[in-house]
Design a binder for this molecule. Structure first.
Ligand SMILES: [Zn+2]
Ligand SMILES: [Zn+2]
Length: 257
């Protein structure tokens, strides 16, 4: 049974689970080992069964639990070389280190994985897509803008977890300091709801059936605003059959796959 679930999502922590029933991979672990155990308890996957953890980039909302769980469960860790250099996960064994290269497929257990570069203010950030039984699953968050090359990696995903970080007006008129606003709005920041809606439309056009909006800002977005922005775009263009989910900040959100 295939599982594709957001365990937690947002600037307070991110982690995703993908499983084909044999191989159980985490993408990022921005939470404590204890909390991970709690979150996994409602997924049917025991932490002891995890096959590895794939890192998107070094920011602590994606990596703060990685060292602990890698040591505790002896997990292989997958990341780009520069991300390994930039992240602070403490000591792990050399044989747990797996370097990934953007645009170069690899196999983790029984799952084929493609890492791809994303524009974000980190050392060498990536998203991942996974091929299981001919279906494509993608995780793409922490993205400043959507160049064509990046979109080509997302296109054709059957199910995708896609960032929908902020409402531009809420951010602009909100309480964040100027520099932080500028960073979020920059080409190496985060996706606005408008960019997500536009990207979702292109994805629907490429055959995507299920979209989960993720990494929502606590201050500058709400689940309703994020959902409505993308849903109204999809409805207007005749794609109301695309299933839309919003990843919960603190709880497991599963695709009905
Ligand atoms: Zn980040
Ligand atoms: Zn993040």
């Amino acid at each position: 049974m295939i599982k594709f679930m957001s365990l937690i999502s947002g600037s307070s922590g991110n982690s995703t689970l993908i499983s084909d029933g044999q191989t159980h991979l985490l993408i990022d672990c921005g939470m404590s080992g204890k909390r991970l155990k709690e979150k996994l308890s409602c997924t049917g996957v025991d932490p002891q069964q995890l096959s590895g953890v794939l890192i998107t980039h070094e920011h602590t909302d994606h990596t703060c639990g990685v060292g602990v769980i890698a040591r505790r469960y002896g997990l292989p860790v997958f990341a780009t070389e520069k991300t390994f250099g930039a992240m602070d996960i403490g000591a792990i064994d050399a044989n747990q280190i797996n370097i990934v290269v953007p645009d170069t497929d690899f196999v983790a257990g029984t799952i084929r994985v493609t890492p791809f570069s994303i524009p974000h203010d980190a050392a060498d950030p990536v998203g991942y897509s996974f091929c299981i039984s001919g279906e494509k699953y993608t995780v793409a968050t922490d993205i400043g803008f959507m160049p064509d090359k990046l979109f080509s990696h997302l296109a054709g995903s059957d199910s995708i977890i896609l960032e929908s970080n902020h409402d531009i007006e809420m951010l602009r008129y909100g309480s964040y300091p100027y520099d932080l606003k500028r960073r979020i709005l920059s080409n190496v920041g985060h996706m606005s709801n408008d960019l997500t809606a536009e990207t979702s439309l292109r994805l629907a056009d490429s055959g995507t059936k299920r979209i989960m909006l993720a990494h929502l800002s606590h201050e500058n977005n709400t689940p309703d605003i994020a959902r409505i922005t993308t849903a109204s775009m999809l409805d207007r263009e005749g794609y109301s059959d695309v299933e839309l989910y919003v990843a919960d900040r603190y709880d497991v959100t599963a695709f009905a796959v």
